[in-house]
Design a protein around this ligand. Structure first.
Ligand SMILES: [Fe+2]
Ligand SMILES: [Fe+2]
Length: 224
């Protein structure tokens, strides 16, 4: 029986750059944020913690689905079954957080969904650290774990940061939709969550139109 990710040293996981060590760091931060949310009274500070958690969870999971799970399916004999299970968990978390973002903070319905989402995030971490990632560790060498770590981290830093009902869980659909959705999410994060989605979509469409016009003008000028 392979050892869980939790009980190994950083060296055993392949060093700080290994995807296993990077995963564990993010999981620990998710756990810390969920604990912090539970310790705070309803209000702005608690909502900020939830926002940070959502951004971390969704960029982390998107990079898993686009980079890491395809590698698991290629390298681990029962990778298909293992990754299907965590993809289902990701989908449930996606649906719950989409509801949470629509509901008024502090209402019992929202708090109940937050609790269910937290329980699923904890289950997801347990399944990955206890089963899926140790199987990947058995199947590939340290050099591969570090390369996967770099690829996963790069994707994570440019990934969407919120739930999207339309986004598929597997490549190539999620990879293709990831770029515009990431731009949309990250603009929304930078401006603050209280900007209504329909307003932001119009702003982004306007910015895109402006960029196209500037590019067209530049081409016309060059030809003259
Ligand atoms: Fe993870
Ligand atoms: Fe996950």
């Amino acid at each position: 029986m392979p050892r869980t990710i939790e009980e190994q040293s950083v060296e055993e996981l392949g060093g700080q750059a290994s995807v296993l060590a990077r995963q564990r760091r993010d999981h620990a931060e998710m756990d810390r944020l969920m604990g912090r949310y539970g310790s705070l009274p309803p209000g702005e500070d608690r909502e900020k913690v939830l926002k940070d958690l959502v951004q971390l969870v969704f960029s982390h999971a998107f990079a898993e689905e686009t980079v890491l799970w395809p590698a698991v399916r290629r390298s681990v004999p029962d990778g298909e079954e293992l990754t299907s299970r965590v993809e289902e968990e990701h989908q449930e978390i996606n649906d719950l957080v989409a509801d949470i973002e629509r509901l008024e903070p502090g209402t019992p319905e929202r708090e109940e969904k937050v609790e269910r989402a937290f329980a699923l995030i904890r289950q997801d971490i347990q399944d990955e650290e206890g089963l899926l990632l140790p199987r990947l560790q058995e199947a590939v060498d340290t050099d591969r774990l570090r390369k996967l770590g770099t690829a996963w981290e790069t994707m994570r830093r440019t990934a969407p940061t919120h739930p999207h009902p339309v986004i598929p869980r597997r490549p190539p659909g999620n990879t293709v939709l990831g770029v515009p959705l990431s731009l949309y999410d990250r603009t929304r994060d930078a401006l603050g969550l209280n900007v209504p989605a329909h307003v932001l979509k119009k702003v982004l469409a306007g910015v895109a139109g402006f960029v196209v016009c500037v590019a067209a003008l530049a081409v016309v000028r060059k030809r003259r």
